[in-house]
Design a binder for this molecule. Structure first.
Ligand SMILES: Nc1ncnc2c1ncn2[C@@H]1O[C@H](COP(=O)(O)OP(=O)(O)O)[C@@H](O)[C@H]1O
Ligand SMILES: [Mg+2]
Length: 378
């Protein structure tokens, strides 16, 4: 491949625009200089020139000094309900191609209730839920305790703690009020899913030449090299199944499920993948990849991950978080992360890739290649 000029766009933790009284974990989603450096090195190892810059309001001016071929975007944004979509919107306006999901998928996935509505439309299982805007709304009678409360538009476990698990209406009202006031956004209340926790990384694209891919794709059909094997996608029973054409099915890889075994974590984290664990004790959980599961469960989770990727119209890479209900063994999608963390040796998708022999440099350049192919640039 030709040497490209790649703009690495990120929002650095050290540039976080702190405001007084903000929650302690407010900026946990932002990336460290170390992560940016790792991505930069990987892209250089791929033979490219890299210009790294903060994705802030001066971005258009900064970009205008260079002839950029493509941006490698990991900007989480700072403010606004759709903050992850802001830099991609600017790049679309400037007609600069970029890696990862577009404006719509980023805005959608950041808003967990909205993403759950889209997944539900496509028949994808996700915990029953209700959104609380004031906190005083009557509780939906279908929701049975224990319930789980978290912010609607955060990531990295922000706002998730032992208090997220609410055993009665009093605890729920208290936690919902806390979340609304502290994080200044609606609270999402879900059924609490007791059971094992998994996450699946994905690399590549489904049908990049189709503007609106529809779900129901066999994971094995989506794997590299499996295109055109004559298998047909099975319906998912909701009448909206769509058969993707074989020639449009080349290169989405789903990495094996990674189990996050939280049992070694302190009891006060309540078996949850909290902000504290993700930011301060990421080496305490056991990360098992490929996770020890039955083939049936693994297939189910891979199918859900691929279909969630398609339903939300993710591009190039993503990660899908699930919990498997202990009583029924049913996997449920907690959320889709179109901007999965990319810390070398640490982030879940990086571990997933390693499990199938894809090293860090290959993963980062794989994301770049997927985007270039999607834009028709290679
Ligand atoms: N409905 C739920 N039931 C049980 N645990 C949950 C539920 N939702 C979230 N969690 C726990 O909280 C963690 C973070 O929630 P998640 O929805 O993945 O948000 P984030 O964007 O912060 O990763 C999960 O990894 C899981 O441990
Ligand atoms: Mg998550």
């Amino acid at each position: 491949m030709n040497k490209l000029t790649v703009a690495l766009l990120y929002n650095s933790k050290q540039n976080a625009p702190h405001v007084e009284g903000e929650p302690w974990d407010a900026w946990n989603e932002l990336d460290s200089e170390k992560t940016a450096g790792q991505i930069e090195r990987a892209l250089r190892a791929g033979g490219h020139e890299v210009i790294a810059m903060e994705g802030d309001v001066t971005l258009p001016q900064k970009l205008s000094h260079y002839k950029i071929d493509i941006a490698f975007n990991i900007c989480e944004g700072h403010f606004g309900g759709s903050r992850e979509a802001q830099v991609p919107a600017i790049l679309d306006m400037l007609r600069v191609p970029y890696t990862g999901a577009g404006v719509l998928a980023l805005a959608l996935a950041l808003d967990k209730p909205m993403a759950k509505r889209v997944m539900a439309f496509h028949g994808l299982p996700t915990p029953l839920f209700q959104t609380f805007v004031t906190g005083n709304e009557p509780l939906d009678a279908r929701l049975k305790f224990p319930l789980f409360a978290k912010p609607s538009r955060e990531g990295s476990g922000i706002g998730v703690s032992a208090k997220s698990v609410c055993r009665n209406l009093r605890e729920l009202r208290e936690q919902v009020q806390f979340l609304i006031q502290e994080y200044r956004q609606p609270a999402l209340v879900e059924e609490y899913i007791e059971g094992r926790e998994f996450t699946l990384g994905l690399l590549g694209n489904l049908a990049w030449n189709i503007k609106a891919p529809q779900p129901d794709v066999e994971p094995e059909m989506a794997l590299a090299g499996a295109a055109g094997n004559g298998k047909k996608a099975r319906g998912n029973g909701n009448g909206r199944a769509n058969k993707l054409l074989p020639q449009t099915l080349p290169t989405l890889r789903v990495f094996p499920p990674l189990e996050v075994d939280l049992s070694p974590c302190p009891e006060d984290q309540a078996g949850l993948y909290t902000s504290v664990i993700k930011s301060q004790m990421y080496d305490v959980p056991k990360y098992l990849c490929p996770a020890p599961t039955t083939k049936v469960l693994r297939n189910k989770m891979e199918r859900l991950a691929v279909n969630a990727f398609a339903a939300l119209e993710c591009y190039d890479f993503a990660r899908v978080d699930l919990r498997v209900r202990q009583d029924t063994g049913e996997p449920l999608i907690l959320e889709v992360n179109p901007l999965a963390g990319l810390q070398e040796g640490i982030s879940d998708i990086v571990m997933g890739a390693e499990a199938v022999g894809i090293g860090y440099t290959e993963l980062i350049n794989g994301i770049l290649q997927a985007a270039l192919r999607r834009y028709g640039l290679i």
